[in-house]
Write a protein that binds this ligand. Sequence first.
Ligand code: GLN
Length: 293
Amino acid sequence: MDAPGPDATTYDALIRRCGQPRLEARVLLAHASGHPREWLIAHGDAPVPPAIADAFGDLCARRAAGAPIAYLVGGREFHGRHFDVDESVLIPRPETELLVEQCLARLGPAGLAAPGGAPAVLELGTGSGCIAITLACERADLRLTATDGSPSALATARRNAQRHGVAARIDFRLSAGGPDWWTPIGADERFASIVSNPPYVARDDAHLRDGDLRFEPLAALTDQSDDGLASIERIIAGAATGPLSPGGWLLLEHGFDQGTAVRARMRDARLDEIQTLTDLAGKDRITLGRRAN
Ligand code: GLN
């Protein structure tokens, strides 16, 4: 490659001058340029084409205004896989991987034919699809149903399912949104496991006006209830009365201070073996319960 002329900007100079932390700047420049981060490190003194410098400048300005990196680059890793994300879906969080792992651990060994064939799993509020798709990728024998109240979220989830080659095993369904969690599920449908990371942030929680959350879909974060528990209550009550097969597990993600309340709701719904598990930060994060046989 030609040596940069006196006025040419190099990749290193752009990163130095952009005002963003170096690591984030490299992620954004990799996205703007189409070059992997390793290439940027190896070719820091190469001249930057003006179109790339402009695209990078635009990303940096949006980042400076608070836009989450995952939305700026259009993707995020979850459980070791890439998922496309956009403003219609929640950005996948590492703590949600616990929900997936617990669900997998409770489905029983792969290949054991369940009565009625392959085990069916339901995910309510799938967003990017990261939970349902990871389950499908990890267990080739699963059939999944995944709902969401947002057509654009479902479009993103379908695209992610195709990317990971599991679209044929996931039945994506549009729900009515709001409190109507169960509308797309037929009265006679049964699932070996039901899993959800529903909105659980309380309506007035200051975090909704903070950091990344400001840019995420509000309906994925809060159902506008005072305590953030309205969706969790409907999901528990609905699961326990029918869709959850006898012996099946309900697994829910929730806020760090909601474990006691979620366990109480599961007891009210007569679920057994109820327990709350903590995330890597040691905070209550998921609660599970089992329908009696
Ligand atoms: N875990 C998210 C947070 O950072 C909330 C996600 C949700 O409401 N399901 O608050």
